[in-house]
Design a protein around this ligand. Structure first.
Ligand SMILES: Nc1ncnc2c1ncn2[C@@H]1O[C@H](COP(=O)(O)OP(=O)(O)OP(=O)(O)O)[C@@H](O)[C@H]1O
Ligand SMILES: [Mg+2]
Length: 255
């Protein structure tokens, strides 16, 4: 698929012309266990799931219900016991290790609760890092980071190192780093867990904007009830299974 290469810094439409509503990730009968015998844990217990382009899916449920494991499967970051994971039609099981890492680099964006910024790189350098690996030309990298920094309120902080920024600012850099390469899908695991509630609110705004303005497809795990109502789709997990998947407004069994 051709990658969009605008240099005008216009908001990035994701995925270079991909159809809204088409299936980005397809999981069928995914089982992931840890341990054996009496210590066996079925972290994922037969998951069937389609993530469609344009979804803002919020993954919720009690601690230990399998949210992180599910994100790891969607992101082709872990092996599985049985079942299948397909990303944009490609079966993770038949890909080589290097094909999987290329898929992660070029089509997926990751945001984790501890930001995972590179401490010896500035905010700007962190934000452009994945695009550098992809070989995006320097002017294009600059234009995309500039536009996104403006949007999330990071303009002026380009030369700061992670230790010179607040948690919320670091998490914004992590979002820009994930979004700037225009991934097909952004996976976020409790991105607001380590920030105060005001910062969390502004990060929610950033995510809503990524979804509404850029048409980003997001899957985000959270314990934050305010975020759970912001998605277009709520996926509630319990004991490794999906027990609800639908509009957040119709869910009644909040913990
Ligand atoms: N590496 C591992 N080794 C053994 N058990 C694991 C491992 N990773 C996860 N588990 C188990 O798998 C189950 C699902 O864990 P997971 O991390 O997906 O839960 P979670 O829903 O993300 O929880 P939290 O909300 O606390 O982050 C839990 O019972 C957990 O203890
Ligand atoms: Mg987790």
């Amino acid at each position: 698929m051709a990658e969009a290469t605008t240099t005008d810094g216009e908001p990035a439409q994701q995925g270079g012309g991909d159809e809204p509503g088409e299936v980005v990730v397809e999981l069928r009968g995914v089982v992931k266990t840890f341990g054996e015998g009496v210590t066996l844990v079925r972290a994922l217990d037969g998951i069937d799931l389609d993530i469609r382009r344009g979804d803002f899916a919020v993954l919720a449920g009690p601690s230990g219900s399998g949210k992180t494991c599910l994100l790891q499967q969607i992101g082709c970051l872990d092996d599985l016991d049985s079942g299948s994971v397909k990303v944009e039609g490609q079966d993770a099981a038949v890909m080589s290790r290097s094909e999987r890492s290329k898929l992660r680099r070029d089509r997926l964006g990751f945001v984790f609760q501890n930001y995972n910024l590179i401490t010896v790189l500035t905010a700007y350098e962190n934000a452009e890092y994945v695009m550098m690996l992809q070989g995006v030309p320097v002017a294009e990298r600059r234009a995309r980071v500039k536009a996104l920094f403006e949007e999330v309120g990071l303009t002026g902080l380009e030369d700061r190192f992670p230790t010179q920024m607040s948690g919320g600012q670091q998490q914004r850099v992590a979002f820009v780093r994930a979004l700037a390469p225009r991934p097909a899908l952004i996976l976020a695991d409790e991105p607001t867990a380590n920030v105060d509630s005001r910062t969390s609110d502004s990060l929610i705004e950033v995510m809503r904007e990524l979804h509404e303005v850029h048409g980003a497809t997001l899957v985000m795990a959270t314990h934050d009830h305010r975020i759970m109502r912001q998605g277009t789709r709520l996926i509630w997990m319990r004991d490794g299974q999906i027990v609800y998947d639908g509009p957040p407004g119709e869910f009644e069994d909040w913990e």
